[in-house]
Design a protein around this ligand. Structure first.
Ligand SMILES: *Cc1c(COP(=O)(O)O)cnc(C)c1O
Length: 303
């Protein structure tokens, strides 16, 4: 087994908010593994372990992602640790000659991942590509974008334990929806799940419902102008949060989720005495790439 459950409990830290006696906590899944961070570790857990258990003759792991993808970074690290070749199908042909300038892709390459750059149009038709790859590499494990599939949902179950049981609200950022689906599927019956949507995708509710039958989740828009877009207020929030609580957030997922949680608290969304738990889903490797873009735009950086 390559990926194992952690020997020690993952820290759950209080974030003091002094408002209507609301208790806010953050569970530091970002600390789970130095290279395979946060929810990606759990989403890959069964995908990788089940695959390796079958002892494939020609092991190969193939997956998909954008230029700053935490999932690509995580899969490349799995490849390096297991000595298995990996292939990343990356959105955007234009990166073909520029991947060295992108810290995520550079990290993936250094981990030994082969990168294949495809047009946005080709990327949109991933099913076709997947079909082709299955024929070309019959022994390969092909993990969908963001790692979201049935095995991923089972892995997300491991984010829930005795530490998480007594909270009224469980909060997580939503990209492809796998993480929020897993939390909603396996949490306690009386717990409410909030997914903070950082992608403007109207079909997300349906996608999540395909992965969990429960209706115990709510989706709240937290796009702040669009997926991967970073506003000055986002940078300000992340930097103040780190200064005040000593916890780093990244600008694509966890920064936007926490900012929205604070907004909800101010608006009185949570009833008095609520216990709220946010999952820190990791992805801190993305800060470096974000800062390079911000630097080019002469803007404040994430500290
Ligand atoms: C991928 C990712 C998410 C989103 O997870 P989904 O299961 O795709 O919804 C949230 N936070 C971070 C840090 C991520 O890397």
């Amino acid at each position: 087994m390559l990926l194992t459950a952690p020997a020690e409990a993952i820290p759950v830290q209080e974030i003091s908010v002094h408002h209507k006696n609301i208790k806010l906590f953050i569970k530091r899944e970002d600390l789970i593994h130095p290279q395979i961070s946060g929810n990606k570790y759990w989403k890959l857990f069964y995908n990788i372990n089940n695959y390796l258990e079958k002892n494939p003759e020609n092991p190969y792991i193939i997956t998909f992602g954008g230029a700053f993808s935490n999932h690509i970074a995580a899969v490349s690290a799995v490849g390096k640790l297991s000595g298995i070749s990996t292939l990343g199908i990356i959105r955007g042909e234009e990166l073909q000659d520029k991947w060295r300038d992108n810290p995520t892709l550079l990290l993936a390459k250094r981990n030994g991942m082969n990168l294949k750059f495809v047009t946005r149009e080709e990327y949109r038709h991933k099913e076709k590509l997947t079909e082709f790859l299955h024929k070309e590499f019959p022994d390969a494990l092909i993990v969908p974008e963001g790692g979201t599939n049935k095995e991923a949902i089972e892995g997300v179950k491991m984010m829930l334990n005795d530490q998480t049981k007594d909270f009224d609200y469980l909060c997580t950022a939503v990209g492809t929806g796998g993480t929020v689906a897993g939390i909603a599927k396996f949490c306690e019956e009386n717990q409410k799940v909030i997914g903070f949507k950082v992608v403007d995708d109207a079909s997300l509710g349906n996608k999540i419902s395909e992965l969990t039958s429960g209706r115990n989740f709510n989706l709240i828009d937290s796009c702040f102008g669009g997926y991967g877009k970073i506003k000055d207020e986002n940078i300000r929030f992340i930097n103040e949060f780190k200064e005040k609580y000593g916890i780093p957030l990244e600008p694509v997922y966890t920064g936007k989720m926490m900012q929205k949680v604070f907004e909800l608290i101010d608006e009185g969304y949570f009833p008095e005495n609520s216990r709220v738990l946010c999952f820190h889903t990791g992805g801190l490797q993305g800060i470096e790439g974000a800062n390079l873009l911000l630097e080019k735009q002469n803007r404040n950086l994430i500290i």
